[in-house]
Design a protein around this ligand. Structure first.
Ligand code: AMP
Ligand code: MG
Length: 924
């Protein structure tokens, strides 16, 4: 039995094949059908092709083809679509057979369908041509010459490929691990003529271009190829092999790309068996099947039409392109499971493929990175009619006029009315410079709030400096920003070194990848737009009370403090309560009848531990909202809004109302006067449903980074799609079918730790400043930062490095996990390979007793099958050269000697002797 048949059998045994291996074709006869001649023709074909009469035998040596226990039947019946479907889906018993069936179905006395169904173990695409050809010849009265019976040689051990990159396809929900109920999207194409290439090569190149344009580079796409030789060219049977071809990045002209693909195609070893990382009905999540079909043969005296491809009903993977190259056109069938990719998205994939073929037909040298698949227009936030020049001081003054005696702020039991807050801020504003940067070095509280209002009122920009940060950190920010005034508990200082800043409401420092933080300059109009837009989203009124929970050094504090004041509500400052103390915060919420609370996901987890009063409007943002948290939080609050936005586009840019029973988390749609674009790495808009980098435009976009023109130019670009400036967020998103943004992650290494935005390079730079550290790499591990260092001499103590970092970094940026490595992992081009950093965990003690009988028996079997002496109990079967064939032999021997049936997939999850022993013990 050859490797392909072994692979098919193995996948069936692993229980993941569904009906994908059920092959079928139909021959429609119109006119008078000679039924006895059909019966004779079927018998003649069975005589000529012994493969169809076989089944699979299994013993300790492996698998063999044996004679089926029953003859291949020819049944008669009435035609219906349901009957055809039943015949195709009817299960096969691989070890008994028969693995093929003929069914003659009558639709009318002069119209019949001869349906042939077979298991892939004994049949393949090419076999369809042979079957129909031989049936036609025999029906037409020709003698079928016997064929040499080819005894398939023993299966060569397949080469196992490692874990595969996940594909990117429009609206892909998940990559199926087993066959799922499926369907197809079909079209035909005459093919495109590009000199030097076959029309199949052109189509295959177009498929690769399409996949590359979706953002797949390095994706393996398997191609089913015939392994027939001169000896087997006429034999029905399974003679195919899947070979993986890698998708190259989309660059250059189409012709060059296609010629290169053709070169790689020709270099593929079509006979080399390959197996995937797990048993699966396809080698790769996206695959291509191709065969050239012979012209339809004639059946004497009756008109026919052949249905060459009857779909099995199961999809083998995320997407399979089945191409049948007929005498006049190519039939393309996109097989998929709607559970993995919606059929509507697959129809778009088909349309994109045709758009590429059309473009290539017009110009074979078209630049593939620029081919228009479908122009995805930006989704605009609702434009909001309000004075674009309004500012927070204007909006606040309006509320002071309307409700001077209403309480504006509550802080540690102290209450200030609108009039009192206004007077206090007016008094301070008098003493402040205009058009300047004013540092506020105060803890959360009414004084800090008064100072913020005063600075803006003076026409200056505030710069929050958290007094809880290490003094060196505070100094670093002050040295970089050079404010003209500093408000602290010691009063007002006016340093002589101050430098001005024009048209800014505030400057917010955020982690910088070069090692020093950078100041984001936010214009007054951006802040006012954010507040008015958010008032629409959450519906803030004078009756509402907002909790102010966040440190001033996060931009989101601006929303909590200022939105209530510009909408006539009340701000309740939790100045003496740490946000992490859920119980105390919940008490304050209840005591002050708070209605609106904004927190990060970790902040909400802490609040959930406490007894929250009902009826809150909850805003959650700053990092991805996990679905499990949304599900826990949603029933405990009146409204839950997921809010998304970088500091560079002013606090929040998109929002989503989380429904009662959330199924999927999205970051929703842009807020007012905000534009969203998703672009690929060529800066082209991506098609709907495909991942792209999120660019934000509109009124929220900041001026840039304070006195960093180069850095600003890298991230803030003239909007190529409309007026103004766009900010490149570095966030990867796609549109869901209902027009919401789904967030996937970052294009860079930026991470979030409990709401803090961290460029790991900032921490690494600080670590390298320590004399004992040669190199350093920092990564997120679970919800902790892990530092990996290469020491310069004897390894320093983590406590020493922690102390070193704590002098300059906020506490959240000091890693909790530490490891010393001999060298940092590098990528092929010599850069730090963050993904390859090892997990920092204490070594696990072996748990299995080395000496027991079960492990000894298993070790014996392992050693026999792998022909290796002395296998360790914890050695990975695959590292030892194991593969699907080996597993079959091991399970057969375990069954024989120990009487236990170990399912094949157990070997993929736990591929060591110790783990298999543990499995056997547990299942006993
Ligand atoms: P910051 O400048 O601190 O507001 O950080 C902005 C970054 O935090 C964004 O670019 C995202 O990577 C991440 N982020 C903020 N809010 C969300 C959210 N609701 N869902 C997912 N990521 C978010
Ligand atoms: Mg933000």
């Amino acid at each position: 039995m050859n490797a392909a048949a072994h692979g098919v059998w193995f996948t069936e045994r692993a229980g993941v094949a569904g009906t994908v291996y059920h092959m079928a074709l139909g021959i429609w006869f119109d006119g008078h059908l000679n039924v006895p001649a059909v019966e004779q023709a079927c018998a003649a074909v069975l005589a000529r092709h012994p493969a169809l009469s076989r089944a699979v035998g299994e013993d300790a040596h492996g698998l063999r083809f044996v004679d089926a226990a029953e003859k291949v039947p020819l049944t008669h019946g009435e035609h219906s679509d349901e009957r055809v479907r039943q015949e195709i889906e009817r299960p096969y018993r691989l070890e008994r057979g028969p693995l093929a069936r003929f069914t003659l179905l009558r639709e009318r006395p002069d119209r019949h369908l001869l349906l042939f169904t077979a298991h892939h173990l004994v049949f393949d695409g090419m076999s369809k041509d042979l079957l129909v050809r031989d049936l036609a010849a025999a029906y037409s009265g020709h003698e079928l010459a016997p064929l040499p019976d080819v005894v398939p040689g023993p299966a060569a051990a397949p080469e196992r490929i490692g874990p595969l990159p996940q594909p990117v396809l429009p609206d892909l929900r998940s990559v199926p691990e087993a066959a799922l109920p499926g369907t197809t999207v079909d079209f035909t194409t005459a093919g495109v003529d590009v000199g030097g290439l076959t029309r199949f090569e052109v189509l295959l190149a177009a498929i690769h271009v399409l996949l590359a344009r979706y953002g797949n580079a390095g994706l393996s796409v398997s191609l089913g190829m015939s392994t027939r030789t001169a000896q087997t060219k006429d034999a029905i049977g399974l003679f195919v092999n899947e070979a993986p071809l890698t998708v190259a990045p989309a660059t250059g002209g189409f012709r060059g790309y296609a010629l290169e693909l053709r070169r790689r195609l020709r270099a593929l070893d079509r006979h080399r068996p390959v197996s995937g990382p797990r048993p699966a009905p396809a080698l790769t999540p996206v695959s291509v099947g191709y065969r050239r079909r012979a012209p339809e043969p004639a059946f004497a005296g009756v008109a026919t039409s052949v249905q060459w491809s009857l779909f099995s009903g199961s999809a083998r993977n995320a997407l399979h392109f089945q191409i049948v190259d007929g005498p006049d056109a190519m039939a393309v069938s996109l097989q998929h499971s709607p559970a993995a990719v919606p059929t509507e998205a697959v129809a778009r994939i088909g349309a994109h493929l045709r758009a590429i073929l059309d473009a290539v037909a017009a110009d074979a040298d078209a630049d593939i990175a620029a081919l228009a698949l479908e122009a995805e227009p930006a989704r605009h936030g609702t434009p909001r009619e309000h004075d674009p020049h309004t500012t927070v001081p204007h909006l606040f003054a309006e509320q002071v006029r309307r409700r001077p005696h209403d309480v504006a702020v509550v802080d540690a039991g102290r209450k200030l009315t609108y009039a009192e807050l206004d007077a206090a801020s007016a008094e301070l504003a008098e003493r402040l410079p205009t058009g300047a940067l004013v540092a506020i070095r105060l803890g959360r509280g009414r004084h800090a709030l008064t100072a913020m209002l005063a600075v803006m009122r003076a026409g200056s920009a505030y710069l929050p400096v958290d007094p809880a940060y290490p003094p060196a950190r505070q100094q670093l920010i002050l040295d970089d920003a050079r404010p003209s005034a500093v408000i602290s508990d010691d009063g007002l200082e006016l340093p002589a070194t101050g430098e001005g800043v024009a048209d800014a409401a505030y400057v917010m420092y955020t982690s910088g990848s070069t090692g020093t933080p950078k100041g984001v300059v936010v214009p007054p109009a951006a802040l006012a737009n954010l507040l008015l837009a958010m008032a629409d989203v959450v519906g803030s009124t004078p009756a509402d009370r907002w909790l102010a929970l966040t440190s001033l050094s996060f931009d989101i504090s601006g929303l909590e403090l200022l939105l209530p004041l510009v909408t006539g509500g009340r701000v309740v400052i939790a100045s003496e309560t740490g946000a992490a103390d859920g119980r105390a915060v919940a008490d304050l919420i209840r005591a002050e009848a708070v209605t609106h609370v904004q927190a990060t996901p970790s902040g909400w987890r802490a609040l959930l531990e406490a007894d929250l009063p009902p009826g809150l409007t909850a805003l959650c943002g700053g990092e991805a909202l996990p679905l499990d948290l949304a599900r826990q939080l949603r029933p405990r609050v009146a409204r839950l809004v997921n809010v998304y936005g970088p500091t560079e586009t002013t606090i929040w840019s998109t929002t989503d109302e989380v429904p009662d029973e959330p199924q999927q988390i999205t970051i929703g749609r842009p807020i007012a006067n905000t534009q969203v674009y998703l672009v690929d790495d060529q800066r082209q808009p991506v098609p709907a449903g495909v991942w792209g980098e999120l660019w934000l435009g509109g009124r929220g976009v900041a001026q840039g980074y304070l006195r960093r023109p180069e850095l600003t130019a890298q991230r803030f670009l003239p909007n190529p799609f409309g007026p103004g400036t766009v900010y490149r967020t570095g966030d990867v998103c796609r549109w869901t079918p209902d027009g919401r943004l789904e967030f996937r992650g970052r294009t860079d290494s930026q991470i979030k730790i409990r709401g803090h935005r961290v460029e790991p390079e900032e921490i690494e730079t600080r670590l390298r400043e320590h004399p004992a550290v040669e190199q350093a790499a920092v990564a997120l591990q679970g919800d902790q930062l892990a530092a990996h260092i290469v020491a310069r001499g004897p390894a320093p103590e983590p406590a020493e490095l922690r102390r070193h970092l704590a002098e300059i970094l906020p506490p959240a940026l000091v890693p909790g996990l530490w490891s010393v490595l001999a060298a940092l992992p590098l990528t092929a081009n010599g850069k730090l390979d963050r993904a390859a950093l090892p997990a920092v965990t204490p070594p696990r003690a072996p748990s299995v007793d080395e000496g027991d009988q079960l492990t000894a028996a298993l070790r014996q079997i392992w050693q026999e099958v792998l022909s290796i002496d002395d296998i360790g109990l914890h050695e990975d079967l695959f590292d030892l050269g194991g593969h699907s064939l080996t597993i079959t032999r091991i399970t057969a021997r375990i069954m024989q000697r120990l009487g236990v049936d170990v399912p094949l997939d157990v070997f993929f999850d736990t591929p060591t002797i110790a783990e298999i022993a543990a499995y056997i013990r547990e299942s006993a």
